[in-house]
Design a protein around this ligand. Structure first.
Ligand code: MOS
Length: 736
């Protein structure tokens, strides 16, 4: 690990540059944005999950004060579907257009959009819309209620996993299930759409993780050239994958704005947000492990079944990390999907692998028990020193250091492995651990940098979804120009800016910063040209001989500030452009991030109280550009992991697939009172094979492995191996 030298900005703890705007309410989140003459949309959700809409009774709603229009199947413009292509950058969450036909595919599907002068009027009228349905029998209520094995959509095999399992002296065969989870991001989904008739432009403010994807999709849907569609997302009250791709409320709202000639804003009420805009799908995973007596893994088989909706084919790839997690010659994964009558699921923070590592890292713990071996020792025994799937070296892997460091800080050496042996008063202490991993990826990105007398302006079309992108972009510019962070102005989240990637897959940092750096260098080169040209401060010098420091150019034992150089040439600014994309580094190395979580739970059997008392984590993501924001990501992921392990689950009625707990009182999440002591260490091994900043991205890895570590600790305390998340107190109390 290397210390960050004093004069560096990248890698140093840096307060968020947008912190004050957020605290004072100046940050313009879509839900807060207002336009002159704006109307409000309020969707009407279907109250059945599977059937046909036979009739809508709208007269009472239309007669309500302030109602301007009601859009529905019989009154909606003829639009086109988006091609829904990742490659073309127009993927959407639900391909079906709103009100496309009279069929109902899930509870909450929009059957109408009421548009009124105020939010209160729109809402009141929406509740007056009456619908008559034909309800179909046989709604698919979820995989828990079905023994349907679904459709295979992916598989991987190396070696002879069946054979090796058959002859292994120690085997484990266990099935793990998980309830669907809601993202429950703080800012609900929201669209503010404006149609400018004069120049045929559609301008959309959206709380989205991908302005360009939404722009491209809307262009197809409304049959407009992409240049005539603008999508803006300056601030997003989190997304967690929920806001990667457009949902139908945005289409309905944009259609209303065009039809009515006035801006329309739709903010989804929390219940509809939970019903209609995706979730982590429920999963059922069977893990089979075979091991030698010394703990060497001989076989790993991971069969996953995840739910999708009846109108899409979302695949939550649970087995993604399984082929690379351990050194093992014989590995197979199978992925299946099962359509059910729920709204479409979508990626949710560490999609697939957060679920997958719950199963795999629980199974490894169970195998350790079967082998009478320490689970930490079992993981080190099967350490993958190179990528066992591709046979390539890791660019930078320090999982061993993560495991050792967490074990030491946690005090693992003094753990008594016996079940329920560790006590503190009325509480039984359980201690468990698990490994974490998430892939490291990059996307193409472009940026523009303008050097001005008063500072630097930098523009990129990627988004800050609350993770701190504004700040790390400012740090990057400050690092390379020596201009203080406070004098760097960052503009993000507009399709009018140079194209930036989706804020997803923990790829934003590694994708964006190299593009920003390229743009800074381009701008500095332009400034050097000016300064060494006729009449310049460094006239006649070779531009390459000039250094940049503290917002000045230096050379030939002279220096001149950027402002001075611009003034001398009567220039307001100098602009540079840059872009960056992954090259062929992936041919030589495998890129992944790693981590370890050690957890202590406390179980008080007298009052049936289970709590997570302590989490100790080490995360190896290369260089953390801003350790304040990076640690914040891991802490947040740990909190989500507590929810996944102990509390969260969307409940669908087993009779008719209706969502029962689409509200934040019945859908339980961790609150402040549930918070454990959290000790996060960020290892600092910059991964320069990945990019010049050595950063791999940190949004998702913290959520991988944490649910298993908690479940393993619960087993250590109680002797109960609960393979069905969430591990509710009711399940722990169940003595049958
Ligand atoms: Mo993340 S689930 O790619 O926003």
């Amino acid at each position: 690990m290397s210390a960050i030298p004093e004069h560096h900005v990248v890698g140093r703890r840096t307060p968020r540059v947008d912190g004050e705007d957020k605290l004072t309410g100046r940050a313009d989140y879509t839900v807060d944005h207002r336009l002159e003459g704006m109307l409000y949309g309020y969707p009407v959700p279907a109250s059945i999950a599977h059937g046909t809409l036979e009739a809508l009774e709208l007269d009472a709603a239309r007669a309500m004060p302030g109602v301007v229009d009601i859009l529905h199947h019989g009154h909606f413009p003829d639009l086109h579907r988006s091609p829904n292509s990742m490659r073309q950058g127009n993927a959407v969450s639900e391909v079906r257009l709103p009100f496309e036909d009279d069929r109902i595919h899930y509870h909450g599907q929009y059957i109408a959009l009421v548009v009124a002068e105020t939010l209160a009027q729109a809402r009141a009228a929406a509740f007056r819309v009456e619908a008559r349905y034909h309800r179909n029998a046989g709604a698919m209520t979820g995989l828990a209620a079905s023994d349907d094995e679904g459709e295979e959509v992916g598989q991987y095999t190396r070696g002879e996993p069946e054979l090796a399992f058959g002859i292994a002296p120690v085997i484990l065969d266990a099935t793990y299930t998980m309830a669907a989870e809601s993202h429950l991001q703080l800012e609900p989904h929201a669209t503010l759409a404006e149609w400018r008739e004069a120049d045929q432009r559609l301008i959309v403010h959206e709380s989205t993780q991908g302005v360009f994807y939404q722009r491209n999709a809307l262009a197809h849907i409304f049959d407009l050239p992409p240049e005539q569609v603008e999508v803006i997302s300056h601030y997003i009250g989190s997304g967690f994958g929920n806001k990667l791709f457009m949902w139908p409320h945005a289409v309905a709202t944009a259609a209303a704005a065009r039809l009515l000639g006035r801006p329309v804003k739709t903010v989804l009420p929390r219940q509809q947000d939970m019903m209609t805009t995706g979730h982590r799908p429920a999963s059922r995973q069977r893990i089979r492990l075979g091991a030698e007596l010394d703990g060497s893994l001989a076989s790993i088989q991971h069969d996953s079944l995840t739910e999708t909706s009846t109108i899409d084919r979302y695949v939550d790839a649970c087995g993604g990390a399984t082929p690379v997690a351990y050194a093992c010659d014989s590995v197979a994964t199978h992925q299946r999907i099962l359509p059910v009558h729920h709204g479409s699921p979508c990626p949710m923070r560490a999609p697939g692998e957060a679920s997958g590592l719950f199963a795999l890292e629980s199974a490894i713990d169970e195998l350790a028990v079967a082998l009478d071996m320490d689970p930490l020792a079992l993981r080190l025994k099967n350490y993958a020193h190179q990528d066992p799937q591709r046979g390539l070296p890791w660019s930078s892997k320090h999982l061993d250091r993560c495991l050792e460091s967490t074990a030491e800080r946690f005090g693992w050496a003094s753990r008594d492995p016996g079940i329920g042996n560790m006590r503190d008063g009325d509480e039984i202490i359980g201690q468990g651990m698990a490994a974490a991993t998430w892939f490291a990826g990059r996307q193409p990105c472009a940026a523009r940098v303008t050097l001005r007398a008063d500072g630097v302006f930098v523009a990129c079309g990627t988004q800050d979804i609350g993770t701190g992108t504004y700040t790390i972009v400012a740090q990057t510019v400050a690092e390379l120009t020596g201009v203080p962070v406070a004098r760097v102005e960052v503009r993000l989240g507009e399709t009018g800016l140079p194209a930036g990637p989706l804020s997803g897959g923990s790829m934003t940092t590694a994708s964006t910063l190299p593009a920003v750096a390229a743009a800074v260098r381009d701008a500095l080169a332009a400034l050097k040209e000016v300064a060494t040209g006729p009449g310049g401060s460094f006239e006649g010098l070779d531009p390459a001989a000039l250094d940049v420091a503290a917002g000045t150019l230096q050379g030939d034992s002279r220096q001149a500030g950027f402002a001075e150089i611009l003034a001398r040439h009567r220039l307001s600014d100098v602009t540079g452009e840059g872009s960056a994309a992954p090259a062929d580094e992936r041919q030589e190395y495998s890129f992944r991030s790693f981590g370890a979580h050690f957890v202590e739970v406390r179980w008080d059997p007298g009052i049936s109280r289970l709590r997570v008392a302590r989490v100790v984590s080490s995360i190896d993501v290369g260089r953390a550009i801003n350790p304040v924001a990076a640690r914040n990501q891991v802490e947040g992921a740990i909190v989500m992991g507590i929810g996944m392990a102990l509390l969260e689950g969307l409940d669908y009625d087993p009779r008719d697939a209706r969502l029962i707990n689409a509200n934040v009182s019945d859908y339980r999440i961790p609150v402040h009172a549930d918070m454990p002591e959290i000790d996060v260490e960020l290892l600092d091994y910059p991964d320069y094979r990945f990019n010049e900043f050595g950063a791999r991205g940190i949004g998702e890895i913290g959520l991988t492995g944490i649910a298993a570590a908690i479940s393993n600790a619960v087993y250590h305390a109680t002797g109960k191996r609960l393979r069905d998340l969430p591990i509710s107190v009711e399940k722990l109390m169940d003595r049958t």
